[in-house]
Design a protein around this ligand. Structure first.
Ligand SMILES: Cc1ncc(COP(=O)(O)O)c(C=O)c1O
Length: 444
């Protein structure tokens, strides 16, 4: 257990001691601070010692956190069925995120599909998209004759690698689609500057990043369109739901006409989409009013929840990242991130002095809920490699070294959704213990 009486100094000297080398791992008594000696001689749980993590983790990652407010809101829809909740959600969303225009959709995939339609690109247009990204915003490109061009992910942010994207630019490139993975914003200033210089449109997949911002500007308001998912695992959960942000009236009216036949009739008289008031443009992607009601409740607690998680993860990561070879997803200047699903970290085996696998094995034995980082790598999925599904087949890269490195070195820790200070202290103690033994843990 960490020494609670003298937190800062004890932790610092303990970490310096651990960082100082492998002699500790042999259990030698070097005469350092008492707690450091304790870390050194404590037997690893892997070898039959006491586990470092003993606090209950029950409920610590529970999600979504629905309660009385959500029950009442859903009840109200059942008691008085209608669509009023949809307008109420769009109004509340507009007030919170302040996009120029917004429209709710049945889920994130439909928000992304409508966005691809709204961009109105000619068939054969290439869209640069990161490979470390599930299919939702990529596969619908095939309906519009668009061409995904897979781009590398940066190994230490996990996000769209602009430098790699620059190498994949052709005369057919028309847009960039970025994903703010696990809640960390992409470098939108650089991406938007580049897009402007090259005349490209920018679509943001914000499925993981509600309430994240860069220099006070919300994610979703940087590109021409931002698409959000409110599926049950997401930062703003409604079990199923989605939202689009639109830079101008044209994108908004086009996206809304695509999947909402009830919208064109409400557009201003001079709208070129008003004539589709009887039909819309082919799909019906209206959010369920119960989803809208749940999303509106969650919007009210979004600031509080994202701040709680930010503080907790900072408390954990700022301590873990002082250990040799550990780093977190690197935020750029002015970034306020959020967390979706996991807290991803990286272990550099050369600096850590042990392999990621050895560290994960020992940490698991200590009671840490840790695993290798594992996430969708779309360019390897069958559907992107079979030309029969495409008017213009995707561009599949031979190698994506950044992505490979990310998956080789990444680990995932839990995203704690409730305050768990004792558990976090014990996680730190577990890492410090394992790091103290790192030389003996070997490279396997
Ligand atoms: C990055 C990303 N984009 C889009 C989506 C699609 O959202 P939905 O499930 O609401 O359709 C998801 C959902 O998991 C996602 O992870």
């Amino acid at each position: 257990m960490p020494d609670k009486t003298n937190k800062g100094t004890t932790r610092n000297s303990r970490r310096k001691f651990i960082a100082s080398g492998g002699a500790i791992a042999a259990g030698m008594c070097l005469g350092g601070p008492g707690i450091a000696k304790a870390a050194a001689v404590e037997t690893l749980a892997l070898n039959g010692g006491r586990k470092a993590v003993t606090a209950s983790a029950s409920g610590s990652t529970a999600w979504p956190l629905f309660g009385d407010a959500e029950r009442k809101a859903v009840d109200a829809v059942v008691s008085s069925p209608g669509y009023g909740e949809i307008q109420a959600l769009e109004k509340a969303w507009q007030e919170h995120f302040k996009p120029p225009y917004c429209k709710s959709h049945i889920n994130g995939t439909s928000a992304l599909t409508s966005a691809l339609f709204a961009l109105n690109l000619p068939p054969g247009s290439e869209i640069l998209v990161p490979s470390l990204d599930p299919w939702f915003g990529i596969l619908p490109m095939r309906f519009f004759g668009l061409v995904p061009v897979f781009v590398d992910n940066h190994p230490r942010t996990l996000n769209f690698d602009l430098e790699d994207a620059k190498k994949r630019l052709t005369k057919n490139t028309r847009a960039i689609e970025v994903v703010h993975l696990f809640g960390l914003p992409c470098d939108m200033e650089a991406i938007c500057d580049f897009a402007k210089e090259k005349g490209l449109l920018v679509l943001e997949d914000c499925a993981h990043a509600h309430n994240a911002s860069i220099n006070g500007k919300f994610i979703g308001n940087w590109g021409q369109i931002g698409a959000f998912s409110c599926q049950g695992s997401k930062v703003l959960p409604a079990i199923e739901g989605g939202m689009g942000h639109y830079e101008n009236r044209e994108y908004y009216e086009r996206a809304a006409s695509f999947g909402h036949y009830e919208c064109p009739g409400q557009f201003p008289r001079d709208s070129k989409y008003r004539k589709y008031s009887a039909t819309g443009l082919g799909l019906k992607l209206r959010i369920h009013p119960m989803g809208a009601a749940l999303a509106r409740c969650q919007l009210k607690v979004l600031d509080q929840q994202t701040e709680l998680e930010r503080e907790q993860n900072h408390s954990l990561n700022s301590r873990l990242c002082q250990l040799p070879g550990i780093s977190e997803q690197a935020p750029g200047p002015g970034v306020k991130r959020v967390y979706w699903r996991w807290n991803p970290l990286f272990i550099d085996p050369a600096k850590a002095g042990m392999s990621r696998e050895a560290a994960v094995r020992a940490l698991k034995a200590e009671g840490v809920a840790v695993g290798n980082l594992n996430y969708s790598v779309s360019h390897r999925d069958a559907v992107f490699n079979e030309p029969e599904w495409w008017h213009h087949p995707p561009v599949i890269p031979e190698q994506l070294p950044g992505l490979d490195e990310a998956l080789r070195t990444g680990i995932s820790l839990p995203r704690f959704t409730k305050p768990v200070p004792e558990l976090i202290d014990q996680y730190v103690a577990a890492f410090e213990k394992v790091w103290a033994h790192r030389a003996s843990l070997g490279k396997s």
